[in-house]
Design a protein. Structure first.
Length: 218
């Protein structure tokens, strides 16, 4: 197995790149898809979310009301931290299970993680960043996903900066141009990925890097 990470800011086009890598044979372990899967009616995770954020985050059919949860969770840093504390460990465990299921294969496994810059993982053989300007992110979110411009800018501001993502990248996909230019870059990226060495079948699952402790005042 070859194991790499994929990240990019909201509206960067990460889903398009992920789909193209899958078309070329990659196994995609998608953090957002896993989170949605774990938020279906009857999931224990929903009970935890309702207990913390209120019963109104559960829709009438028992599924998660994602806009209602987002309106509460993104309103202040404490609420967002509480959401991450509930969701991230459960999602991480399921992603690890999916990665381990591929451990004895020769596949390219892509861990698609929106917050990979904020929560980097040790042991990845490459970190792929989808790079776009902030203005293009805003335009895509408004025109293609129906965001209010102020909300789009607020979501972007809460994520790692463009500079922070690029500083951690081993491979950069520039998605400021046309779809043809994007796909050509993905083709070159794929050639690089399949040339990486295979991991041993007993490799240890990559864990999030510990956050540095603040310096003690002297």
């Amino acid at each position: 197995m070859i194991l790499v990470g994929l990240t990019g800011g909201i509206g960067s086009g990460k889903s398009t790149v992920s789909a193209e890598l899958a078309r070329r044979g990659a196994v995609i372990v998608d953090a957002d898809a896993v989170a949605r899967q774990m938020q279906q009616p009857g999931s224990p995770l929903l009970d935890e979310l309702a207990e913390r954020f209120g019963a109104n985050v559960i829709a009438a059919d028992g599924s998660l009301d994602r806009p209602a949860l987002a309106a509460i969770a993104f309103a202040d840093p404490d609420s967002l931290a509480a959401l991450n504390t509930i969701v991230h460990p459960a999602v991480g465990a399921e992603m690890n299970r999916q990665v381990l299921a591929q451990r004895a294969t020769d596949r390219v496994v892509v861990m698609d993680i929106p917050l990979l810059t904020e929560n980097p993982r040790e042991g990845l053989q490459a970190t792929i960043v989808i790079d776009v300007t902030e203005e293009l992110q805003v335009r895509r979110l408004v025109e293609l996903r129906g965001f209010d411009e102020a909300d789009a800018r607020a979501r972007i501001a809460r994520q790692a900066s463009r500079e922070q993502r690029l500083a951690r990248a081993t491979h950069v996909i520039d998605n400021n141009g046309s779809i043809d230019e994007l796909l050509a870059q993905v083709g070159r990226l794929w050639s690089d990925l399949v040339a990486l060495p295979q991991l041993p079948a007993d490799f240890a699952i990559p864990k999030p890097k510990p956050k540095p402790k603040p310096a003690t005042p002297t």
